[in-house]
Write a protein that binds this ligand. Structure first.
Ligand SMILES: C[S@@+](CC[C@H](N)C(=O)[O-])C[C@H]1O[C@@H](n2cnc3c(N)ncnc32)[C@H](O)[C@@H]1O
Length: 245
C-alpha cells in the first residue's frame, strides 16, 4: 500500500516530519527551478530514490491538480480510529478540537487542516459518511498539515459530541445567524469548534448538540464566508484568547 504526496510544500513537510515514509520520488523531466533544487538535495541526502518522469505521467498521478514538478510515493501515515479519541483527549491539558460537519470539497478539507495545524489543533473530527476523502488534492492543499494533525472519522457525530461534553469539552458551533459573535465567545478552556457544510451549514442534530452558537459578523452583501476562511478566523480568535495573558 502506498499514497501519493505532491507539491513542493507537501513533500518538504513530510520530509521534515517523517522521511522514513518515502518510497520513491518523481520529478518532472527538465524541471530545474530554484525552489525544487534544495528539496531534491534534501531528499538525496536522506538516500531517497529520485526518478525523472514526463509531465503526462506526473499529471496522471494527481487527479488534474498542480504538482509543481514533484510527486512522491509514500507509505501510508498513521490512521487514527474513532476509538483513539478518548485516549487522545485524556492526555491533553486543554483539548482544542475542530469538527467539520459535512465539508465535502477536498480543497476545503485541506485548507481547514492547514489552518488547524497552524492553530495547534489537537485533532480534526469528521463524520464517516459525510466528509471529503483525504485524497491527494486535500493533502496538497493542506501543505503538509495532513501528515501532522490527526484526522478522526466517526460513525455518529452527535454521539461523539456527547462523549466530548462528558469529558468537559465545550462545543462551539458556527452559524451566520447566531446573535453571539466569535469575538464575544469565551474559548479559553477545553473546546471543540464545529463548522458546517459548504452548502447547508451544520445539520440540525449537530447544531442541537452545540453548547453555544457563534457568528462571524458580516459587513457586506455576502451572507456567508467560505468554510475554510471561517475556520481560520474562528480558530485564530480562539488562539488569541488562549495565548493572551
Ligand atoms: C458557506 S457556509 C454555509 C452557509 C449556509 N447557508 C448556512 O446557513 O450555514 C459553511 C460554513 O462556514 C461557516 N461560516 C461561514 N460564514 C460564517 C459566518 N458568517 N459566521 C459563522 N460561521 C460561518 C459555518 O460553519 C458554515 O456552516
Amino acid at each position: 500500500m502506498s499514497e501519493i504526496v505532491f507539491g513542493i510544500h507537501a513533500v518538504q513537510a513530510l520530509l521534515d516530519s517523517d522521511p522514513q515514509r518515502f518510497q520513491e520520488v518523481f520529478i518532472l523531466k527538465g524541471r530545474d527551478d530554484r525552489r525544487l533544487q534544495p528539496l531534491i538535495k534534501a531528499l538525496e541526502a536522506q538516500g531517497i530514490v529520485i526518478q525523472v518522469a514526463n509531465r503526462q505521467w506526473l499529471d496522471s498521478k494527481v487527479e488534474g491538480a498542480v504538482h509543481q514538478g514533484i510527486v512522491a510515493r509514500v507509505k501510508p501515515g498513521r490512521q487514527y480510529q474513532e476509538g483513539d479519541l478518548p485516549d487522545l483527549i485524556a492526555g491533553l491539558d486543554q483539548p482544542f478540537l475542530l469538527i467539520l460537519d459535512g465539508v465535502t470539497d477536498p480543497h476545503n478539507l485541506g485548507a481547514c487542516l492547514r489552518s488547524a495545524d497552524a492553530a495547534g489543533v489537537h485533532a480534526v473530527i469528521v463524520p464517516k459518511d459525510r466528509s471529503a476523502q483525504l485524497n491527494a488534492t486535500a493533502k496538497k492543499v493542506a501543505s503538509g498539515a495532513a501528515e501532522n494533525v490527526p484526522l478522526i472519522r466517526v460513525t455518529n457525530l452527535a454521539r461523539t459530541m456527547r462523549v466530548l461534553q462528558e469529558a468537559n469539552v465545550w462545543i462551539v458551533g458556527t452559524a451566520g445567524e447566531a446573535d453571539h459573535t466569535v469575538f464575544q465567545s469565551k474559548m479559553t478552556g477545553p473546546m471543540a469548534l464545529v463548522m458546517g457544510a459548504e452548502g447547508e451549514g451544520m445539520r440540525r442534530l449537530t447544531r442541537e448538540h452545540c453548547d453555544e452558537l457563534i457568528s462571524i459578523p458580516m459587513a457586506g452583501s455576502v451572507s456567508s464566508l467560505n468554510v475554510s476562511v471561517a475556520t481560520g478566523i474562528c480558530l485564530f480568535e480562539a488562539v488569541r484568547q488562549r495565548t493572551s495573558k
